[in-house]
Design a protein around this ligand. Structure first.
Ligand code: URA
Length: 214
């Protein structure tokens, strides 16, 4: 959490018009992230660490089984998610729910669904690296608490910001990576599948692989 404190200081200084800042004292205190999902959610819902907090309607913390074996990570809330405070409830979310039910043969509430950033970026733009890095500690703590076996990254943004890599999703989809002892499987984002139905065949293969690992 040390970096979060630093970022908060930097945002405040930026707002005050400061353009150059020498550094932080080594005495910055650590903010302790709670080990309880509900407590983490409370803190996250009051977060003002980046500018997305100024334009959001609701924080979309994530939802699902707190003991899920599988966790889906999307990019950022869209319009419907911002309105409702729930992840993946728009058109892409409906497709994701269908895949979970029809391919994985699970219920949506058996899994956990979250995003790289918890607030909607204006006009659904891709979150900036600063926004992703500021918000990431919430996701990492969610992963830590829920402790799923499999992390499914939905689309390039989720994969890129989780594993700090820039590889195109078409090159990595369906392969198994590792993050802190958990299996990471990148696949296409459901919004991409809605725009490119021909990619559904490959996504189907990825989900069969995920099913075989459950
Ligand atoms: N797209 C995402 O990446 N996440 C959501 O929650 C909704 C749409």
């Amino acid at each position: 959490m040390k970096n979060l404190i630093k970022l908060k200081h930097l945002y405040k200084l930026k707002e005050a018009g400061v353009e150059y800042f020498e550094g932080f004292s080594s005495e910055d205190k650590e903010i302790k992230m709670p080990d309880e999902l509900k407590e983490l959610e409370k803190i996250c819902k009051n977060c003002t660490l980046c500018d997305l907090s100024k334009t959001r309607t609701n924080v979309v913390f994530g939802e699902g089984n707190p003991n899920a074996k599988i966790m889906f990570i999307g990019e950022a809330p869209g319009e419907m998610e911002d309105k409702t405070g729930r992840p993946f409830v728009g058109r892409a979310g409906k497709l994701l729910t269908k895949i979970i039910e029809n391919v994985l043969k699970l219920n949506r509430d058996d899994v956990y669904i979250s995003n790289i950033v918890k607030c909607r970026p204006p006009n659904n733009r891709v979150p900036t690296i600063e926004e992703a890095e500021t918000c990431k500690p919430y996701l990492l703590k969610q992963i830590d608490i829920i402790n799923p076996e499999i992390l499914v990254c939905l689309g390039k943004t989720a994969f890129m910001y989780l594993l700090n890599t820039h590889t195109p999703i078409s090159k990595v989809r369906g392969q198994i990576f590792e993050y802190k002892g958990k299996k990471v499987i990148p696949t296409y984002h459901p919004s991409f599948l809605l725009r490119n139905p021909s990619a559904k065949k490959e996504a189907y293969k990825d989900f069969l692989l995920i099913k075989s690992m459950l």
